[in-house]
Design a binder for this molecule. Structure first.
Ligand code: MG
Length: 454
């Protein structure tokens, strides 16, 4: 698969390139990325950003690079990454999103979107990096430079696409609280849900790159305010997004944070009841996803870790005539193939309305209480050789069921352990999941013993 090639990416990680402003993330770098992209893709390129304070400066840099290489720029302003992806797929040759997703405010970065609306594939990113490192740009002459169109209103197309996907007023009688975390979903998710008929309250809904209410990563602690507001308004649920709103996480009607694999399983169940087919997800997702699929006569196809691999596999399989019904990661990043091939937080918020509307008593807490709980242990080893650790594990667990899609996954009945090199940092990640806490701990100890001293 792509893991061999991924190793050759030097600057871009699993979700674009990111860095701290004034250190590794500079207008200089972003100008180069714009020029490299503008040399690879012709025609109209969409540009957008999240709400970070450095966003405006970096948008100007990426636009300069694109324009000087002869591309026309469609400036979409502040909007969620999936909104930009939706508009690229319909109207542009490519896109550049200035965002650092869930990272703290001092970070920023770039995600490159290709013609089909998915994040650019590894092979193409490697070519883009080569151009960047060699400063190999196809700079246009005076009569060939591009021009810019400001289209900040165009996000409306994305809002409408989601609202129109569902029966009219499906949310009537439902109360929801939205926490966009001062990010770009402030202009989309409350609007989407209210057009679906919901009564909408919001918190942290003013666009602000200093993130005064909470940090861009939605955590249990960060969402305490949302949880309180769900309780005080008697809402059916609360929804929060990460910094670029490709992910959505939920608070149930009792004010409890909904674990993201449970969120995945809940929406999966809703979809699989209505359609049979394949669910595509990385090897790091909970066994729960497979349980739900099996229960409803569906199957799961596993990919390397990273939403781009799931999205591209979904596209590939559909191209081969396979019925793919759903996909995504166990972190609130879910992909709806009828809508588009990328994680979409706004669509996920809307989907939760549809899930509850299909339940007689509309209680999210009750749906969750009926779900089996798995126990997950997460650990990481810093400054180690991934390949060395993986070969030790391969030797130690030779006679067990092994999956080498990404690193090594040891599957034992309903338990599994995954050991893989991180796609974003120099470390090895360990995940162990079992039905019981004791089983997970015992399995984890076995893994650590097999790895030995590092
Ligand atoms: Mg994100």
């Amino acid at each position: 698969m792509n893991t061999q090639k991924e190793k050759k990416k030097r600057l871009f990680g699993t979700n674009g390139v990111r860095g701290v402003i004034g250190e590794t993330m500079t207008p200089d770098l972003v100008l180069g990325i714009g020029a490299a992209l503008g040399s690879m893709r012709r025609g109209r390129i969409a540009v957008g950003r999240d709400t970070r304070t450095s966003g405006e400066a970096l948008v100007h840099a990426v636009k300069a690079g694109l324009l000087m290489c002869g591309c026309d720029v469609l400036d979409l302003g502040i909007l969620p990454t999936p909104a930009l992806q939706y508009i690229v797929r319909d109207r542009c040759e490519a896109g550049a999103m200035i965002t650092a997703s869930h990272n703290p405010p001092e970070y920023n970065g770039v995600k490159i979107i290709d013609t089909d609306g998915t994040e650019m594939a590894d092979e193409e990113i490697i070519l883009l990096e080569e151009r960047l490192f060699n400063r190999q740009y196809d700079v246009a002459a005076w009569d060939g430079v591009g021009s810019e169109t400001i289209a900040h209103h165009q996000v409306e197309e994305y809002i409408r696409a989601i609202v129109d996907y569902f029966p009219e007023q499906i949310g009537a009688g439902m109360t929801v609280v939205v926490d966009p975390g001062s990010g770009p979903a402030a202009i989309t998710t409350p609007e989407i849900l209210s057009r679906m008929g919901c009564r909408v309250y919001s918190i942290n809904a003013r666009i602000d790159g200093t993130f005064p209410g909470r940090m861009p990563e939605p955590t249990v602690e960060g969402l305490a305010g949302l949880s309180e507001m769900v309780l005080s308004t008697g809402a059916d649920f609360g929804v929060a997004h990460d910094g670029d709103a490709d992910r959505a996480v939920f608070i149930d009607d009792k004010g409890r944070y909904v674990e993201e694999n449970h969120e995945f399983a809940l929406i999966e169940e809703y979809i699989c009841r209505r359609r049979k087919g394949v669910i595509v997800t990385p090897v790091s997702t909970s066994r729960l996803i497979q349980d739900v699929a099996i229960q409803h006569g569906c199957t799961v196809d596993y990919t390397p870790v990273g939403s781009i691999y799931a999205a591209r596999r979904m596209l590939e399989m559909i191209g081969e005539g396979v019925e793919v019904v759903f996909g995504g990661e166990g972190n609130g990043g879910l992909i709806y193939p009828d809508h588009q091939f990328c994680r979409d937080g706004g669509m996920t918020a809307a989907m939760m309305v549809a899930v509850l509307a299909s339940e007689p008593d509309r209680k999210l807490s009750k749906l969750l209480d009926g779900m089996p709980a798995y126990h997950l242990i997460k650990d990481k080893l810093i400054n180690v050789q991934a390949s060395d650790i993986i070969s030790r594990l391969e030797a130690a667990f030779l006679h067990e069921t092994l999956d080498r899609t990404d690193g090594i996954k040891i599957i034992r009945d309903r338990s599994w352990a995954l050991v893989r090199a991180s796609g974003t940092e120099p470390m090895v990640r360990i995940l162990v999941e079992s039905e019981g806490e004791g089983d997970a701990e015992a399995f984890y100890r076995e893994i650590r013993q097999a790895i030995g001293r590092v």
